[in-house]
Design a protein around this ligand. Structure first.
Ligand SMILES: [Zn+2]
Length: 828
């Protein structure tokens, strides 16, 4: 056979088989999605007038369960826009208007004299979005329509977002205004004009404009819905839907294909007229946009498309005009993902299918504080998709919760686990407690966001990480390490610039460690200036106070003043009373905090459930007089119990590590105060260091602070050292909730999850709710307890069975699971 003829015969065969393969793949993916309640709708794929694929999946109405067909009519949402521009093109060909006419020529009350019809069609008018204008003026009984919208524009005359023609910005008001122009110029309703000039001539029997002010609707109308507790529930038109132009054309996949094919002919308008609709618009400066008249121009002369999304509905038309191929996807179950799957498979892209996982037979404590309830919870990819009496989909993986508690993963608002992630990216110290998000950058010291993100990308971790930006770190940078003094105005200005940049990159806010020397000498006004910068960016303030003992009251007044002056939410880190003669004053402090809240200061706190803290022994000298014996004596009397306080790290003499200060005193035949001075002196030498776990709080105060409704739980823990690093959260649930019955379990979970998310300013975590990230912990409320002690601080807790981070299992029964699914979490 002649080679040339052979090739000619082969080519169509290849393209035919490629199409067949793609369609088989699309059909199996749609089936997979439909079986998992991730798709409900109709799809059509056509080429050169021939339908290659046409199929309906699911129901047209959640109440009647009527099956969808290829002639069922969906609300097209914004795919409607192309029909309204077609009506304008028809009116132009009828000689009734010109694109460059001022809108005012037809709508005299329209308050912007320089906006033209072309600006509206091209989305370059600068009009503001009508939802925002209308919503404040609508009562619950009102339905918005085009006339009332136009009256609102005339009455309010909201500022333009930009000068007409100077920018491109997608805006629905452009198209509601176009509908008003069509009605005015044609002297009829948009729907009548549409039927007469488009639907009628093209015999689109299931295509029409429908709005809520119409008395009845055609039988082909599809209703939007969403799945709630596994059951389809109506999710359809709202009171804005008396309006048309931006949406509210209804059509079926069959009619959409007839429409698409008509656009290759001159049945409606001339080729030259339509050609302009699928050519990019131009700004005043000549720059091309990516939009024509109701069409996105993805690739000029090759691909044009539009998507639509409106309560319950998600729609897509993509036209490959160089090949005369067309995809139409119409969905009514509030789930848009099928659209991109169909389009990407057709365009030859590979895409991973969503995975679903069902956790059955659990008692859900959802984090809101509401009572536990029995349910199953479904995860789709990284999100919670549904909660209720759910049954597994075909071949779905299932975890049986055996009646245990399923709660949102715990958020640790004050964590030092970050520094240990290098050596243990599984973060088992935290995940074994049920913690799924750690908040670092505490006590005034932080890492730059860029390096943190780069590092998490390079070394994936099993836990989410959010961070504050630390004041001491800013001081170190801009005061060249000379931090034992007040910062100058110039230095403060530099700090503010960097802080603002970090906030833009997702920092939660400003953290301070005012008790520590790197910040102790800063003036209150420096902190307030930085807090104002933080407030302007929507960030928050969290602080290890200037004093937790001798000057605690003044330190609390300082943080309240910061909240008052900078108008910023303020959080007290690890609230405590670390001074014996002040024990029992927690009631008084709480009253002070409550008073401040009444004055409008958003003050909150976090707390860890131990009577001992962990820090440098230098904090035992509130006046920074590290050589004063009388101060050391005061410390041993008031600030810590030398017999119950352990040097967990002591580099000058490792033999003393693990010994109490009293034991060290006995070895040296001196008083504990003298030993304290010795410890300070020896560990101050270059390259030496000391860490003490010091017992200094009372259980009564811990109970009071823990119960305060605005206190969330934190660990303040690290991978090593104080047992809180491995035990804080299970200790609250076992010791304070189960054994001491300090508060209901639901309240404690709230203080570990959604209250924390609120206190630190992150969203979509901290609740078990549809759409939230699937950070989850399954635990046994009967057995959960911490095991870590000062002597054995790495012991894992009992009773935590499963922990998921972003939908992936990272911990199961004392073992880390190597799914490093943690992410950097930004302030929202
Ligand atoms: Zn601290």
């Amino acid at each position: 056979m002649n080679k040339f003829i052979f090739l000619l015969l082969l080519l169509p065969a290849i393209s035919f088989s490629q199409n067949t393969e793609k369609i088989a793949r699309i059909d199996s993916v749609l089936t997979y999605l439909y079986q998992r309640q991730l798709f409900n709708g109709t799809v059509l794929i056509g080429e050169k007038g021939k339908v290659l694929y046409k199929k309906a999946f699911g129901i047209a109405d959640p109440r009647t369960k009527t099956p969808l067909t290829a002639s069922s009519s969906f609300n097209l949402g914004s795919v409607s826009k192309q029909f309204f521009t077609m009506m304008i093109m028809i009116l132009k060909e009828q000689g009734k208007l010109n694109y460059d006419d001022a809108v005012q020529k037809y709508l005299p009350s329209f308050p912007y004299p320089t906006i033209t019809i072309r600006h509206l069609m091209n989305q370059t008018s600068g009009l503001p979005e009508y939802f925002d204008i209308a919503i404040g003026d609508l009562t619950l009984a009102d339905t918005l329509n085009n006339e009332s919208m136009l009256a609102l524009l005339a009455a309010k005359k909201p500022d333009l977002v930009f000068q007409p023609g100077s920018q491109w910005q997608y805006c629905n008001t452009n198209y509601t205004t176009l509908a008003s122009v069509i009605e005015k110029v044609s002297g009829t309703t948009a729907d009548q004009f549409f039927q007469q000039h488009i639907a009628g001539p093209l015999k689109l029997s299931n295509t029409y404009i429908y709005n809520l002010e119409m008395k009845s609707y055609p039988p082909s109308r599809v209703f939007g819905f969403s799945y709630e507790k596994g059951i389809p529930v109506l999710n359809d038109l709202v009171r804005l839907d008396g309006i048309v132009g931006d949406g509210n054309v209804y059509s079926s996949v069959e009619d959409m294909y007839a429409w698409d094919q008509a656009l290759y002919t001159e049945k409606l308008v001339k080729h030259s007229t339509f050609k302009e609709a699928i050519t990019t618009g131009k700004l005043n400066n000549g720059e091309a946009t990516q939009y024509g008249f109701g069409w996105f121009i993805n690739a000029p002369d090759k691909t044009v498309s539009h998507t639509g999304g409106w309560v319950g509905f998600a729609t897509l038309i993509t036209r490959y005009i160089d090949k005369n191929q067309t995809i139409v996807v119409l969905t009514n179950s509030s789930d848009a993902r099928a659209m991109s799957y169909v389009r990407k498979i057709w365009e030859g892209e590979s895409i991973p299918l969503p995975t679903t996982h069902l956790i059955t037979n659990v008692n859900v404590i959802d984090g809101s504080g509401l009572a536990a309830f029995p349910a199953a919870v479904r995860i789709v990819d990284d999100r919670i998709s549904d909660i209720g009496s759910l049954t597994p989909f075909p071949n779905e993986s299932v975890t049986n919760g055996n009646g245990k508690i399923l709660a949102p993963g715990f958020i640790d608002s004050h964590s030092h686990h970050g520094s240990g992630l290098d050596t243990d990216p599984s973060a088992i110290a935290a995940t074994s407690q049920g913690i799924t998000t750690i908040v670092i950058g505490q006590d005034g010291s932080s890492e730059p966001i860029d390096s943190l993100r780069a590092w998490i990308r390079k070394t994936p971790v099993s836990i989410n990480v959010a961070t504050y930006t630390g004041q001491s770190t800013l001081r170190e940078i801009f005061m060249q390490g000379d931090v034992l003094r007040k910062a100058t105005d110039v230095e403060i200005d530099s700090m503010k610039v960097l802080l603002a940049m970090e906030l833009d990159k997702g920092s939660l806010g400003l953290s301070t460690g005012l008790e520590y020397e790197a910040a102790f000498y800063s003036s209150p006004s420096e902190v307030i200036e930085l807090a104002k910068t933080t407030a302007a960016k929507g960030g928050r303030y969290i602080s290890h106070l200037r004093s937790e003992d001798v000057s605690l009251e003044e330190a609390i007044s300082e943080i309240l003043e910061i909240g008052r002056q900078a108008k910023i939410p303020v959080q007290i880190s690890h609230i405590k009373i670390a001074m014996r003669s002040k024990w029992g004053s927690s009631d008084k402090i709480i009253r002070q905090l409550e008073d401040a809240r009444l004055q409008g200061i958003n003050i909150t706190a976090d707390i860890y459930p131990y009577t001992m803290w962990n820090s440098t022994p230098r904090v035992l000298f509130p006046n920074k007089d590290f050589e004063s014996l009388s101060s050391a004596e005061f410390a041993t009397r008031e600030l810590f119990d030398p017999a119950a306080s352990v040097m967990v790290r002591y580099t000058p003499n490792k033999a003393w590590q693990g010994k109490t200060v009293s034991e060290i005193a006995a070895i040296n035949q001196e008083t504990p105060a003298q030993s304290l001075l010795r410890i300070i002196r020896e560990s101050a030498a270059p390259d030496e260091g000391a860490t003490i776990v010091a017992t200094s709080m009372s259980e009564t105060d811990i109970n009071n602070f823990l119960k305060w409704p605005y206190t969330n739980v934190c660990s303040d823990g690290a991978m090593k050292g104080h047992p809180r690093g491995h035990g804080a959260f299970p200790r609250v649930l076992g010791r304070y909730v189960r054994e001491q019955q300090l508060m209901p379990l639901e309240t404690a979970i709230h203080k570990m999850t959604s209250l924390t998310a609120e206190n630190i300013g992150i969203q979509q975590r901290g609740l078990i709710a549809p759409g939230y990230f699937a950070d989850l912990v399954l635990f046994d409320p009967e057995t959960i307890i911490d095991n870590a002690t000062v002597e054995n601080s790495g012991l894992l807790s009992t009773g935590v069975h499963y922990v998921w981070v972003n939908g992936k299992l990272v911990y199961q029964d004392q073992k880390a699971i190597a799914n490093f699914s943690g992410r950097f979490v930004k302030r929202m």
